[in-house]
Structures are given as structure tokens and as C-alpha cells.
Ligand binder design. Structure first.
Ligand SMILES: Cc1cc2nc3c(=O)[nH]c(=O)nc-3n(C[C@H](O)[C@H](O)[C@H](O)COP(=O)(O)O)c2cc1C
Length: 168
């Protein structure tokens, strides 16, 4: 099988997870920023990674997911976010990524916390929406993704390989 691991990243968190996943994919494989990907033609499975921006995929991400996640494609999504993994607000945000990729066959999905950039945290703490101010105050994402999360991403990728019959 031929795998693509493609990611979007502004501050490096999603890239770290992409590299962890890439390390566990077996056989022919490529790792690229998603901006460098024209088409998923020629790949059997594409792992596509994004950060959450403003409670879901931003416009650019939605467009990329709609472009690449067409009928017949096999994709695995991986998402990083500043919210803790158990935050009640998180699942609806993740569901928006699934929704944007819905035409494809979504094999599996991974998510983990990634550090909120200081500048964004400052902006959030000044926003009129009280929810954003509360999130900025409660932010505990510093240092993420940590080693435990990177290891979890590795284990996730190994599980996907097993599911596809491509275990090491
Ligand atoms: C403009 C912007 C908006 C964001 N909005 C959210 C959000 O709504 N929920 C959330 O959990 N994290 C949010 N984040 C935090 C990022 O999802 C998180 O820090 C992610 O790990 C960044 O990934 P990257 O380093 O690959 O860019 C936002 C970050 C930015 C820059």
C-alpha cells in the first residue's frame, strides 16, 4: 500500500503528530504539508491532519477536505486542539471535521491537545465572547503534544496499520 501523511500546521503541533504517525506507517509513504498536495490520486490511504481553528475547520481546511475527500478515497483524520481531550465542547468541533470529509471513507480519527500559541491566547482573553475568555483563562495546553500524546499517536497509527492488514 502507498500512504500519504499530509498536515496543516501554524505552530508545529500538528506536524509533530504527523511525524509520529508517519514513523509507524509501513511500506511506500510520503510526508508533506497539505499545501504541497495536488491530489490524493495514487495513494491507497491518506492521513490528513489539521488544527482546530475557531471551533472547527477554518475555511481553508474545509475547502481542502471537500477537495480531497471525495467518494472512493480512504482517509484517516488527525486533529490537534488547545481544548483538553475531555472538554465537553470538543466533540462537536471534531464532528465538523468528519462532516467536511464525509464523502470519503473515514477509516479512523485521532485527536490530541496541542499548545495554544501565546498570541492567540492573549487575543482570546480580550474577545467579547465570554466563552473564548473562559477558554483562555482555563487553558492548560502548554507543552502539548507531550511525549504521552506522541506515543498515543504512534499507537493509533499502528492500530490503523493492523486494521489495513499492514502491520510491521
Ligand atoms: C486562530 C486559532 C483559533 C483556534 N481556535 C481553537 C478552538 O476553537 N478550539 C481549540 O481547542 N483550539 C483552538 N486553537 C488552538 C489550536 O487548535 C492548537 O493550538 C493546535 O494544536 C495548533 O496546531 P498547530 O501548531 O499545528 O498550528 C486555535 C488556534 C488558532 C491559531
Amino acid at each position: 500500500m502507498k500512504f500519504l501523511v499530509a498536515y496543516m500546521t501554524k505552530t508545529g503541533n500538528t506536524k509533530k503528530i504527523a511525524e509520529a504517525i508517519y514513523g509507524e506507517t509501513v511500506g511506500e509513504k510520503e510526508l508533506k504539508p497539505i499545501e504541497a498536495v495536488d491530489s490524493l490520486d495514487g495513494y491507497d490511504v491518506a492521513f490528513l491532519g489539521f488544527p482546530i481553528h475557531q471551533m472547527g475547520p477554518d475555511k481553508k481546511t474545509s475547502k481542502l477536505l471537500a477537495k480531497h475527500c471525495i467518494k472512493g478515497r480512504k482517509v484517516v483524520l488527525f486533529i490537534t486542539h488547545a481544548a483538553p481531550e475531555n472538554a465537553p465542547d470538543l466533540q462537536p468541533m471534531l464532528a465538523k471535521f468528519r462532516g467536511a470529509a464525509r464523502e470519503a471513507d473515514i477509516i479512523d480519527m485521532f485527536d490530541c491537545q496541542g499548545e495554544l500559541a501565546k498570541g492567540i491566547k492573549r487575543i482570546m482573553s480580550l474577545m467579547p465572547n465570554a466563552k473564548f475568555r473562559m477558554w483562555a483563562k482555563m487553558d492548560n495546553s502548554q507543552g502539548q503534544p507531550d511525549q504521552a500524546r506522541i506515543d498515543r499517536a504512534r499507537a493509533f497509527a499502528r492500530d490503523v496499520m493492523k486494521k489495513l492488514g499492514e502491520a510491521k
